[in-house]
Design a protein around this ligand. Structure first.
Ligand SMILES: Cc1cc2nc3c(=O)[nH]c(=O)nc-3n(C[C@H](O)[C@H](O)[C@H](O)COP(=O)(O)O)c2cc1C
Length: 372
């Protein structure tokens, strides 16, 4: 059989790779196809977005997941990738040059089929313990300078829930998240190409109805939070119930405290391993939910950053940083990622309510002059 022209392969690779996860399904990337064996990923940073803490750390981790997907998808065509150059950030854009070359062996990556199947699960999982073999395989995926801690007992789960609830209180109260939540929550579609379908947020039907009314104006939100214990139901549904119902929570952290700021390359490397971690769970019919809000708001608290006009919430972010330190025994900026894993109560299938992706045609941009 004659092999397809390389350019066709590149389109197919990108078409699969675009299923990478990104914070709130923002898909902060576009693809420039330079020639038959080179592409440039244009990553957009959004410093106005309060969730994009530490100069866009979540976007870099997502970019790593995308690059790992590109690598896995390339293996279908017997190719491997190389990151040739990561340009320093300029006008909130980071460009990443990637080239394709012949792979070392002809086999495709065992995780290829998991790319489209993987999807975040925010509801309660079964309490089945994390199997030892899966745990070891997951641990072996992380870069050597990082370590993972697991928290499976009820006492630990309750400690983590208390940390998460503190972060939820902040994120659902501050005015800075109002516009973001409005844009991200998709009330119309069961499969949202630009946000998160409201039925996939983990909120119950009742709370969704209430939220739909509340989210229409900042003053409703304020009133609701002040007089109607507004964050109580979300905390119960988003933090408490799913927090108890899972195999295990986990924290990935740097083994050693940082001397200098970490580099974009390091976050991308972590993002690549996180994607393999997540796809490996998918391979075992397991699911995962990242839960990075405590890291974001704890980071602001620890660094005394003015992230909100709400002084009460700013104070609470300092408490959150202390809670993170107390529970995880590490300062918040040494922790890279938090999440929970488990077996879903209902089997994953392609048609379920989930975030989908923008079509590839919307992610392609025409060639710029700067590439050699
Ligand atoms: C860096 C990063 C951080 C994320 N943080 C969270 C989080 O804190 N809570 C959450 O529920 N999902 C989180 N997600 C998952 C995304 O919301 C999800 O991947 C995206 O909406 C696309 O949905 P899908 O994974 O089901 O395709 C995160 C994803 C990435 C890549």
């Amino acid at each position: 059989m004659e092999s397809a022209p390389v350019s066709d392969e590149i389109y197919q690779i990108l078409d699969l790779a675009r299923w990478a996860p990104s914070g709130d399904n923002c898909q902060p990337w576009q693809f420039e196809i330079i020639d038959q064996s080179h592409i440039c990923v244009h990553l957009s940073l959004d410093p106005e977005n309060v969730y994009e803490y530490n100069n866009g750390q979540p976007a870099f981790i997502a970019a790593g997941a995308l690059i790992e997907n590109i690598s896995i998808a390339s293996s279908i065509f017997g190719k491997k990738i190389n990151i040739d150059r990561i340009y320093p950030a300029e006008s909130n854009q980071v460009k990443i040059d990637i080239s394709f070359a012949a792979g070392d062996n002809g086999a495709s990556d065992a995780l290829v089929d998991c790319i489209r199947k993987r999807s975040v699960q925010r509801d309660a999982y079964k309490n089945t313990p994390l199997p030892q073999n899966v745990r070891h395989e997951l641990e072996s995926i992380l870069p050597a300078e990082m370590e993972i801690s697991w928290y499976s007992g009820l006492h630990d789960k309750l400690g983590i829930i208390s940390v998460y609830m503190c972060a939820t209180e902040i994120r659902l109260t501050i005015p800075e998240t109002y516009k973001i939540h409005n844009e991200m929550m998709d009330w119309k579609h069961k499969r949202s190409a630009t946000g998160i379908p409201v039925a996939a947020t983990g909120l119950s039907g009742m709370t969704r109805l209430l939220m739909r009314w509340v989210i229409k104006s900042p003053s409703r939100m304020k009133f609701f939070n002040k007089y109607l214990m507004g964050t109580l139901m979300p905390k119960l549904e988003l933090d408490f119930l799913p927090g108890v119902a899972c195999s295990s929570h986990f924290a990935v952290s740097w083994k050693h405290p940082q001397k200098n700021a970490h580099t974009i390359e390091e976050y991308i490397e972590f993002g690549r391993s996180l994607q393999r971690f997540w796809l490996t769970l998918t391979k075992y019919d397991m699911v995962m939910q990242p839960e990075i809000a405590p890291l974001i708001f704890g980071f602001y608290g620890a660094k005394n950053i003015d992230f909100t006009s709400d002084q009460k919430m700013k104070k609470l972010s300092v408490t959150l940083a202390e809670k993170v330190m107390q529970f995880y025994k590490k300062p918040v900026d040494q922790i890279l990622f938090l999440g929970r894993v488990g077996f879903p109560k209902t089997a994953q299938d392609e048609t379920k309510v989930r975030s989908v992706r923008k079509p590839l045609s919307e992610l392609l941009i025409s060639r710029t002059a700067e590439h050699c």
